[in-house]
Ligand binder design. Structure first.
Ligand code: GN1
Ligand code: MG
Length: 364
């Protein structure tokens, strides 16, 4: 079924005159539903990737809990312009939070409010934007610190379980399905040699030294919408919101905000961890969270900044070795290019670990 036909099944207002492809996620497909009437809002239609998100029902229940909680907090704060500052699930005409289609193939769809006049940055252009984006993600953590994490389901089991990610990588090396191991021996060596440093956060979690919280789990800059005045409007992409450690959000933010190159830079020499951006991200994030985080969390955040480029490198490499089955790729070596860029960022971060520790210490 076409997105145009799917759209008709949701309880939208007005008349949809156009369906335009929207955004650049690696997992779901999104479309903007343009309303014929100026007075009626546009919407966002999304096809939920069912291969990645096996339990759509649970995912949508999480999303309802989180969006309702955020709306309540924003209302208590007296925030204006609420429809641009919160995500709202638009139900189907039958009152369901999503639509399941079985014919001709199984697919899952949902509709959200479209946030008017927003800007997305694929990369943080300057420290001011990095600060603001980080403040938004920190505020997300802060708003959800009032929601019991155990009430949320796990949308992707073991999403940031490093041991599991490493065991999958080792399996993909052993199986060598795509006959590519011979190209990545240096990368594998680096991953093995840094594993013990990278395991710090997981070990703290296992010991119970850091608490479980509601985490976003995909805190890249393109998941914050900005207005025309460089102010953050809203955090989007709530599919991976589930219980986790604050390190997951801090770490993925550092991975994406501080990279001087691209996530998939073909030249790893372009990729470094920019310390001005680091300071900007850390100070924005901590501005919102300083009061809710424990000392043990604050003292160990620095490890998250190296862990996330590393873990992302491990995930891209596993997909490369498995023959590109998870991430959308635009060319044959795309996952290899991504792997090298991410591991370069992890290595650069490792070499700057003490400087980063100092930055965080100064801010806490
Ligand atoms: C995926 O689909 P997108 O771009 O929001 C991935 C993230 C990765 C990211 C890398 C569910 O996110 O974990 O960090 O790509 N999401 C999932 O860009 O695997
Ligand atoms: Mg995402």
């Amino acid at each position: 079924m076409k997105p145009e036909e799917i759209a008709l099944q949701f309880a939208t207002r007005g008349t949809i005159k156009e369906v335009l492809p929207h955004g650049g996620g690696h997992i779901n497909d999104s479309y903007r539903l343009v309303n014929a009437s100026e007075d009626e809002p546009d919407y966002l239609l999304q096809r939920i990737n069912h291969y990645v998100f096996r339990n759509v029902d649970l995912l949508m229940k999480n999303m309802a809990l989180v969006t309702e909680h955020i709306l309540r907090v924003q209302q208590e704060r007296g925030t204006g312009d609420l429809h641009r500052r919160t995500l709202t699930i638009i139900p189907t005409r039958d009152g369901e939070s999503y639509l399941r289609i079985t014919d001709p193939e199984e697919s899952y769809w949902r509709v959200l409010n479209y946030i008017e006049d927003h800007h997305v940055f694929e990369k943080a252009p300057d420290p001011g934007i990095a600060y603001e984006g980080a403040r938004m993600f920190g505020d997300f953590t802060r708003m959800l610190s009032g929601l019991d994490a155990s009430g949320l389901g796990i949308t992707i089991p073991r999403f940031h379980d490093l041991k599991w990610r490493i065991s999958n990588l080792r399996k993909s090396i052993e199986e060598d399905t795509a006959v590519r191991v011979k190209f990545v021996e240096d990368e594998i060596r680096y991953i093995e040699s840094s594993l013990s440093l990278m395991s710090t956060v997981q070990e703290l979690g296992e010991k119970g030294a850091i608490p479980s919280r509601v985490t976003h789990n995909d805190t890249k800059i393109s998941n914050v919408l900005f207005d025309g005045n460089r102010r953050g409007l809203c955090v989007i992409d709530l599919d991976t919101v589930m219980p986790g450690y604050v390190h997951f959000d801090f770490g993925d933010g550092i991975r994406t905000f501080t990279n001087t190159g691209e996530e998939d830079d073909r030249d790893p020499n372009n990729v470094r961890m920019d310390l001005d951006m680091y300071r900007a991200f850390a100070s924005g994030f901590l501005e919102s969270t300083r009061e809710v985080l424990t000392r043990a969390e604050l003292d160990s955040l620095v490890y998250a900044g190296v862990l996330f480029p590393y873990e992302q490198g491990v995930r891209f490499l596993t997909d490369y070795l498995s023959g590109d089955v998870y991430y959308k790729t635009r060319y044959k070596e795309h996952n290899l290019v991504r792997t090298r860029a991410q591991l370069k960022l992890a290595q650069d971060g490792e070499s700057k670990l003490e400087q980063c520790r100092k930055i965080i210490r100064e801010l806490t």
